[in-house]
Structure formats: structure tokens, C-alpha cells
Design a protein around this ligand. Structure first.
Ligand SMILES: Cc1cc2nc3c(=O)[nH]c(=O)nc-3n(C[C@H](O)[C@H](O)[C@H](O)COP(=O)(O)OP(=O)(O)OC[C@H]3O[C@@H](n4cnc5c(N)ncnc54)[C@H](O)[C@@H]3O)c2cc1C
Length: 405
């Protein structure tokens, strides 16, 4: 049986950060970094559309799920510290106006290379194509796959999202087998599905600056920004950020409703519509809203307000106050029933995972089993789009890699 001081299950973002940290802080420590895919860090290459949005300067004020638990790691390994960590690996970064941080090369491969070459190969064995399917706790060590003995282990195998890139939920099962409670996992940051006949006419259209409210059974969830209609529903960051809430409602047997406000910044929309109707007197009705919304979205709104009729012409005296009010209310509240999401296969993140109550937030060590640590997406912490999830993976990986009791 091969023996190591530390075994890390999962060579993704958080597993690499943990391995480098443990290398640096614990001289003489022999580490095994296990990965079941033929190549380590496959998911990193797909992040940020191939550019890898590796952190966000606003991560400390971001509204993470289970933020109170996550705060110690986020604060100790702040965005500046994560940038410093990458700088120590020779990676140059830059940030955009939203605080999103990317490698200066704009290539995710640079981030993966920095991590791969940052692992001290004298002290660390990167063991790929090795599925970890069994971990037994013995008095002084953990026995992995009946083949490797490790004094300490870090479970860094991610959640269930994007299984083609390796995170298939198998390490969640290992955590459960070791006695940890799991909070049910749902896909997050994934497009929403709606009734096809309602969204198909809008397929391919984008709307920016919209405000979304997802109406659940007892709660409302908000987001804002850009959406993109697809043939099955609604995508775009603002919609994707509501996906985990939608999934949780659906799993509680409630179909949530997505309310889209296309012009949230306008208070006096009826008055503005009245001016537009007067200005467009005699023009085709289908052009009524082209000055404020993409034409096809405007047409669907006119249909919902029961104003659109074939080749009709705009006659201002045909618009009653009620019709204008109704039109304004549909623009402010275009409702779609949400029937599902595009699932784990298409999700960027998993929401849910190892229950935070059983992990020490100051060390990432299990409160149940000394020597067992967690890092990254396997833990029930997730954030929105913008570098927040990789930030959590790196911050929690760096903290777990300290291996403090
Ligand atoms: C398409 C896409 C784009 C994204 N873009 C961004 C972005 O730009 N910015 C951002 O912040 N976040 C982004 N994310 C989310 C981010 O990638 C994840 O939150 C992050 O990678 C989680 O890191 P992790 O180390 O916890 O898990 P993972 O990166 O999932 O790594 C887990 C590793 O463990 C391995 N593994 C799993 N089970 C086993 C097992 N039983 N035995 C051995 N090995 C195992 C996996 O193969 C994998 O390599 C994106 C996600 C996707 C899918």
C-alpha cells in the first residue's frame, strides 16, 4: 500500500490550490492528488468562455449562499490574496469594470498551467485516471480504494454540475459514506425552461437592463441584467442566477413564475406610451414599441395586451386609457411559468452539498472526523456569475491546504 501524508480527491480548482498550499506550508509532506479523468483541471479550461474569470474584486460583499460560514475563508483569502497567490505562480491578471478578474493572456489554459506547474512534483504525485470510490477511516489514517494510506484527506471533488468535466457527485457520496449530512444538491447558474409556445417566438432575442422576480410559493427571488430567450426558455446571466431557487421550488412541487420587467427604471410608463402612440400616428401597429424594445419582444407584448391585430395602423384615438395601462403593465410584468431548468448537465455550479454545520469554517476540517477536510463546490456554498465560484474554490482550497486542527 502506498503511503502519503495527505490525499486530495479531485484535481480541480480547489484541489490544486489546496495541494500548492500544503506543499508550501508543510515541508517534507508527501501528497497524492487524485483525479479520475485522464487530465487534471479540465473544467478550468471551460470557465469564463475559455477566459477563466478566476475571482472578483467584490467577492467579500457578494451574496453567497451560506455566506456566514464562507466568510472566514473569503476574508482570509480575499480576492487580492488570490491574485497574489496567482502572481506567486507567475500568472498576470487584470480586472474589468465589474471587478471580474481574468488572466492577462485571456486564456484559461494559463490559469491551469500556473496551477499544474505550481504543484511541487518532488512532493506531490498527480495520480490521474483513478476513480476514488472508497475511503475507510482507520485509527491513524484513511485508506483510499484499499490501495493508498493517507494521514489526512481533503475532499475537493466538486458537486454534480457539468459531469462531462469530471464532477459527477461521486465525492459527495464518499462524504456521505464517511458520515456527513448532505443538503440536497440542485443545479445552479443554468438556463430556465418555460412553456415552449410562450418562448419560441422570442428565441434568440436578448433584452438588457431587465429586472426579474421569481415568484415562489412563499418567497420571491430577484435578479437583474441581461436575458436571452431560447427555444426552451430563458437564459442569460440574470435568468441563470435564479435557477437554483427555481429548482428548489419545483422540488417542493410548486411551479414558480418568472416576472420580467423590461423597463424597470421607468415609473411613468403609461405617459411615455401615450407620447409614443401620438408620435407614431399612422404607422404600422407592429412598430409601436420598436423604439423601446427589440421588435419581436414588442410584438409579443402587444399580443399579450390583446392590442395586436394583423396589419393594423396606429390611430391614437383608438387607444383607451385602459389599453395603455394594460400595455404598460405587460411591459413591466411579462410572466412566464417556469417548468424546469436545463439540469446538472448544463449547470455551471451545484447549489447544496456537504452540510456546513459539520465543517469548521476556520479550517475547513470536518467536525465529525479529525483529519478530513473539504474545499470548493462540494460544500454547500455557491455564488452568482462573475468569478465568485472560482473565488470560493480557491479561497477554501487555500484554507483547507493549511491543514490546521
Ligand atoms: C462551463 C463552466 C464555466 C464556468 N465559468 C466560471 C467562471 O468563469 N468563473 C467562476 O468563478 N466559476 C465558473 N464556473 C464554476 C467553477 O468552475 C466551479 O465552481 C469550480 O470549478 C469548482 O471547483 P472545485 O475544485 O470545487 O470542483 P471542480 O472544478 O469540479 O473539480 C473537481 C475535480 O474532482 C474530480 N473528481 C470528481 N470526482 C472524483 C472521484 N471520485 N475521483 C477522482 N476525481 C474526482 C473531477 O474530475 C474534477 O477535476 C464555471 C463552470 C462551468 C461548468
Amino acid at each position: 500500500m502506498k503511503e502519503y501524508n495527505l490525499g486530495i480527491i479531485g484535481a480541480g480548482a480547489s484541489g490544486f490550490a489546496a495541494a500548492i498550499q500544503a506543499n508550501r506550508l508543510h515541508s517534507g509532506m508527501k501528497i497524492a492528488l487524485f483525479e479520475h479523468l485522464p487530465r487534471a483541471g479540465k473544467k478550468i479550461l471551460a470557465t469564463g468562455n475559455g477566459r477563466c474569470n478566476l475571482t472578483n474584486l467584490n467577492a467579500l460583499s457578494h451574496d453567497y449562499r451560506n455566506k456566514e460560514f464562507a466568510f472566514a475563508a473569503l476574508n482570509k483569502y480575499s480576492p487580492e490574496k488570490v491574485i497574489e497567490f496567482f502572481s506567486s505562480l507567475g500568472l498576470m491578471t487584470f480586472s474589468d469594470t465589474e471587478g471580474r478578474v481574468y488572466p492577462r493572456s485571456n486564456a484559461a489554459a494559463s490559469v491551469l498551467d500556473a496551477l499544474r506547474f505550481g504543484v511541487d512534483i518532488q512532493k506531490t504525485d498527480l495520480i490521474t485516471e483513478t476513480e476514488i470510490s472508497r475511503i475507510e477511516k482507520q485509527s491513524e489514517c484513511f485508506v483510499i480504494n484499499q490501495e493508498y494510506k493517507c494521514r489526512k484527506i481533503i475532499l475537493a471533488g466538486g458537486g454534480k454540475s457539468s459531469p462531462s468535466q469530471g464532477s459527477d457527485g461521486s465525492v459527495l457520496k464518499l462524504a456521505k459514506a464517511l458520515g456527513h449530512k448532505l443538503t440536497p444538491a440542485v443545479p445552479a447558474l443554468v438556463p430556465l425552461n418555460s412553456e415552449p409556445d410562450k418562448v419560441k417566438p422570442l428565441k434568440g432575442l436578448r433584452a438588457s437592463g431587465v429586472e426579474l422576480t421569481l415568484e415562489g410559493e412563499y418567497s420571491e427571488y430577484k435578479s437583474s441584467g441581461e436575458i436571452l430567450f431560447t427555444d426552451t426558455g430563458v437564459s442569460g446571466i440574470a435568468a441563470m442566477e435564479l435557477a437554483s431557487s427555481a429548482e428548489r421550488e419545483l422540488r417542493n412541487a410548486f411551479d414558480p413564475v418568472l416576472h420580467i420587467d423590461f423597463l424597470p427604471e421607468i415609473d411613468n410608463l403609461s405617459g411615455i406610451l401615450e407620447d409614443i402612440i401620438n408620435a407614431k400616428e399612422g404607422q404600422p401597429l407592429e412598430n409601436l414599441l420598436t423604439g423601446i424594445l427589440p421588435k419581436q419582444i414588442g410584438l409579443e407584448i402587444l399580443k399579450r395586451a390583446e392590442i395586436f391585430e394583423g396589419n393594423a395602423i396606429i390611430f391614437s384615438d383608438k387607444f383607451s386609457d385602459n389599453m395603455i395601462e394594460l400595455l404598460a403593465s405587460v411591459i413591466h410584468d411579462f410572466a412566464l411559468r417556469i417548468t424546469g431548468t436545463r439540469g446538472f448537465a448544463n449547470a455551471q455550479v451545484t447549489s447544496g452539498g456537504v452540510n456546513i454545520n459539520e465543517i469548521n469554517p476556520l479550517t475547513m476540517q470536518s467536525k465529525l472526523i479529525p483529519g478530513l477536510y473539504f474545499s470548493g463546490e462540494i460544500i454547500d456554498v455557491d455564488g452568482g456569475c462573475g468569478g465568485f465560484n472560482l473565488h470560493w474554490a480557491f479561497a477554501s482550497g487555500l484554507l483547507a491546504g493549511e491543514l490546521n486542527d
